[in-house]
Design a binder for this molecule. Structure first.
Ligand code: NAP
Ligand code: GLV
Length: 306
């Protein structure tokens, strides 16, 4: 069995060593143009040339959860595209979102300013019931985040494409229930995949539906958010702030106003990192299952876009 590795932005050696150690029966190599046909691929942002040449792949394993960049490429017709399912990402996402939520709710951001300015000032405690948290996307990551937020006793709302039933979460589904979901939320967390249906979903019309003084946490993809609409809603005071981990252009260009906005906290696309050992274990398990003729989870529905 041949496995081809083609991941930009990743040092290949530890991945190649890890794959070889976990699948000793496989011939694992770093892809180069003209390489022999492989059975499986492990990829992150490969060039189109990779799929143009590797036409006999049974499956291509993305080493991330989001496949929006891969779906811009032409894939060989019989290759299954497999995304990463959790592999240590959901707990990171839960801690990131809870940190952003609690930092804002408990006004640690304001206390940081007070401390810097030598001010000893108490703020009035906020009432948790007045801070309902809405989570867009109830997949692998959204569900884990909902559970973590509920553990802090915030009211939790969730929105997905199909109807879900999750204990402790008020679930909404589909376009018909989007406005009800948004207007029941004060803090909005985006954990949707980027598809033609969800691009620009964090726009002025939708964000205006959040309760006054709302807060946005975008940890999905930059193209979910219409940047100027967020800036206008922050400046008008309808939104109190935002924590952003993802951007339309990454790295965020130096001149972008998000860098200097006092109501925006930003991080460099780091809310849930791919963990190499967990990822290799998951991919190896799926390759072995496919070799045994079994079906696997995490196969992307290309038509749906996630
Ligand atoms: P997932 O398991 O595929 O879950 C996607 C969820 O979004 C599902 O609940 C799905 O609804 C819902 N959804 C999709 N299209 C929708 C639509 N048009 N309307 C309403 N709901 C819709 O994905 P995941 O593993 O949780 O990951 C989510 C995203 O997080 C990834 O695609 C990626 O972009 C992002 N991510 C970011 C980072 C980071 O470091 N910032 C790390 C990992 C992932 P159904 O349940 O009805 O199918
Ligand atoms: C990271 O953004 C991922 O999709 O895994």
């Amino acid at each position: 069995m041949r496995i081809s590795f083609c991941c930009v932005d990743s040092r290949p050696e530890p991945w190649l060593d890890g794959l070889r150690a976990t699948l000793p029966q496989a011939e694992v190599s770093l892809w180069a143009s003209g390489a022999p046909q492989a059975d499986y691929a492990v990829v992150w942002a490969p060039p189109q040339q990779f799929f143009d040449e590797q036409t006999r792949l049974k499956a291509a394993f993305n080493i991330g959860a989001g496949v929006d960049a891969l779906l811009k490429l032409r894939l060989p017709p019989h290759t299954a595209l497999v995304r990463l399912e959790d592999a240590g990402m959901s707990v990171q996402m839960a801690e990131y979102v809870c940190h952003a939520l609690i930092r804002h709710f408990r006004e640690f951001d304001a206390y940081e300013t007070d401390t810097r300015e030598g001010r000893w000032s108490f703020r009035k405690p906020r009432v948790r019931a007045d801070w309902p948290v809405g989570i867009m996307g109830l997949g692998v990551l959204g569900k884990r985040v909902a559970k973590a937020v509920a553990a802090f006793e915030f009211p939790v709302m969730g929105w997905s494409r199909s109807q879900h039933a999750i204990e402790g979460v008020r679930c909404f589904a589909g376009g018909a229930q989007l406005i009800d979901f948004l207007s029941a939320s004060k803090v909005l967390v985006c954990l949707l995949p980027l598809t033609s249906d969800t691009c620009d979903i964090l726009n002025r019309r939708n964000l205006s539906q959040l309760q006054a003084g709302g807060y946005l946490i975008n940890v999905a993809r930059g193209a979910h958010l219409v940047d100027d609409d967020l800036l206008q809603l922050l400046d008008s005071g309808h939104l109190a702030g935002a924590t952003l981990d993802v951007f339309r252009s990454e790295p965020l260009p130096a001149e972008h106003p998000f860098w200097r906005h006092s109501k925006i906290m930003l991080t460099p696309h780091t809310s849930a990192r791919t963990l190499r050992e967990e990822t290799i274990a998951q991919i190896a398990g799926k390759i072995l299952a496919l070799e045994r003729g079994q079906s696997i989870r995490g196969v992307v529905d290309v038509g749906r876009g996630y």
